[in-house]
Design a binder for this molecule. Structure first.
Ligand code: NAD
Length: 484
């Protein structure tokens, strides 16, 4: 049995209460590690460590700060085999996906912000011959990051990298469901010599240590990625405390497939878009709308490709679909499939829990599932399921496609599949989503703003937006002479 520990002031620390939680391997259903159930006493130690580390980190010359972060990125890249295996065990995702997406992008995140911090400039505004304004962008101070279980290392680093790059010291909480790679990351920070107290990692449940972090008066900003309901609660807690808040929340993402698309490519890409990471990516396409002229051939090819997906042990290189992250999440996904049937949906493929042989006999596996025959107003099409389930429906024209795509409370990511460049530009402008992909999915340029509209989030992460979020702007206005 492995024991995960908190990372405070550059050292590993047991929770002061001595209480630990079970950590389950989703592919086997077995408890394989213990994680600290941290509380406000642990938080206080972490806040003090972060406060003590702040002046030196904030004043570290930019090139030196960038150097340390680049070393961290290199060390993550060098450890990516170990990290990928750990993530596959901890999360249930295929090891190949953990390697090529989570680990690769974790190193890329840190490298990007290490480089970006030396390029970050502040504004200046001249007022003719009268005065000049310039804007200082200082780090906020001690900030907190709270991340979810679906892309554990990737989203953990996505938040801490800009926070550290901007000169803040950080208290980070990974999801209690997938704590292992954050623990390994702490070991890497120690090896690389990240100054103590600059990054502190606390483990435990959201309603315990997470809530304590949001309420802590000396933590000035919270960067959160997770569910919309949690985000709503966080916003209500943080608003009266006047904290800076970035919320990256849920999605119910549409893909619009037009008759003039490259059908084979679109089928392949949308199988990936709907089912990558067992559909547990906030950006996954969960509603696929297809122009009526090509609906039947698209549907036939899509369902055939989904049925061919290899579900198996996450540790096998050949596995394309692993386990869902927990028994509770598996049950939630299965309950949505039942709901879809009650709402009149027809299951075209999948729909069942899978009992595997051997090592994974008790794991949390669900067949990749495609459902048709549901209206936009059905709960299945309105609520985030966050699993290997997508719906497919025909549409007649651009106006109907747009109304369907925009017809939920979410606005994270949409994709368009068409060779008509004018239509793509027109619809991209009219879609109420923070990200619109055209003939691609999950392609990311880290310089671009990332985030959702409507119930999918507030604020944007990525690129200079993230560095701006983690700094406090101060305008200095200097008059050239006196008024006389
Ligand atoms: P969640 O909201 O249950 O938990 C997210 C994190 O918040 C966890 O670390 C959890 O411990 C913590 N938390 C829970 N309650 C808290 C509280 N009261 N105070 C402080 N922290 C608290 O989400 P999840 O189930 O871990 O993740 C899945 C959700 O995340 C999905 O809705 C998905 O769409 C969303 N997500 C969004 C993005 C994005 O970039 N928009 C990316 C990935 C995942």
């Amino acid at each position: 049995m492995k024991t995960i520990e908190n990372y405070i002031d550059g050292r590993f620390a047991s929770p002061l209460s001595g209480v630990y939680l079970d950590n389950v391997e989703p592919a086997t259903g077995a408890v394989y590690a213990q994680i600290p159930e941290s509380d406000s006493a642990d938080l206080e130690r972490a806040v003090v460590a972060a406060e003590q580390a702040l002046p030196a980190w904030r004043d570290t010359p930019l090139e030196q700060r960038a150097d340390i972060l680049l070393q961290l990125a290199d060390a993550v890249a060098a450890a990516s085999e170990e990290l990928a295996r750990a993530e596959a065990i901890d999360n249930g995702k295929p090891v190949a996906f953990a390697r090529t997406v989570d680990c690769y992008r974790a190193a890329a995140n840190i490298r990007f912000f290490a480089n970006a911090l030396t390029q970050f400039s502040s504004e200046s505004h001249a007022m003719g011959a009268t005065a000049i304004n310039y804007t200082l962008r200082d780090p906020i101070g001690v900030v907190a990051t709270i991340s979810p279980w679906n892309l554990p290392l990737y989203l953990f680093t996505w938040k801490i990298a800009p926070a550290l790059a901007a000169g803040n010291t950080v208290i980070a909480k990974p999801s209690e469901i997938t704590p292992m790679t954050a623990y390994l990351f702490a070991q890497i920070c120690q090896q690389v010599g990240l100054p103590k107290g600059v990054l502190n990692i606390l483990h435990g449940r959201g309603q315990g240590i997470g809530q304590a972090m949001v309420e802590h008066p000396r933590i000035k900003a919270i960067s959160f990625t997770g569910g919309t309901a949690t985000g709503k609660h966080l916003a209500a807690t943080a608003a009266p405390l006047f904290k800076k808040l970035s919320l990256e929340l849920g999605g119910k993402n549409p893909a619009l497939v037009f008759a003039d698309c490259d059908l084979d490519k679109t089928v392949n890409q949308l199988v990936r878009a709907a089912f990558a990471n067992q559909g547990q990516i906030c950006l996954c396409a969960s509603r696929i709308y297809v122009q009526r002229e090509v609906y039947e051939p698209f549907k036939a090819a899509f369902v055939k490709a989904v049925k061919a997906l290899q579900v198996g042990d996450p540790l096998l290189e050949s596995t394309q679909q692993g386990a869902l992250v927990s028994a509770a999440h598996r049950d939630k996904v299965l309950s949505y499939i039942e709901l879809a049937k009650q709402e009149g949906g027809r299951v075209l493929c999948g729909g069942q829990q899978i009992t595997m042989d051997g090592r994974c006999a008790q794991g949390f596996f669900v067949e990749p599932t495609v459902i048709e025959g549901l209206t936009i107003n059905s709960r299945t099409n309105q609520e985030e399921i966050f699993g290997p389930v997508c719906t497919i429906e025909p549409f007649n024209d651009d106006a109907e496609a747009l109304a369907l795509a925009n017809g939920t409370e979410y606005g994270l990511a949409a994709s368009l599949w068409s060779q008509d460049v004018s239509r793509c530009h027109r619809l991209a402008k009219q879609l109420d989503f923070g990200i619109v992909w055209v003939n691609t999915w999950l392609m990311r340029d880290l310089r671009t703003p990332f985030g959702g509209m409507k119930a999918s989030g507030v604020g944007r992460e990525g690129g200079l937006e993230a560095l701006r979020f983690f700094t406090e702007p101060k305008n200095v206005c200097i008059q050239y002479g006196d008024d006389s």
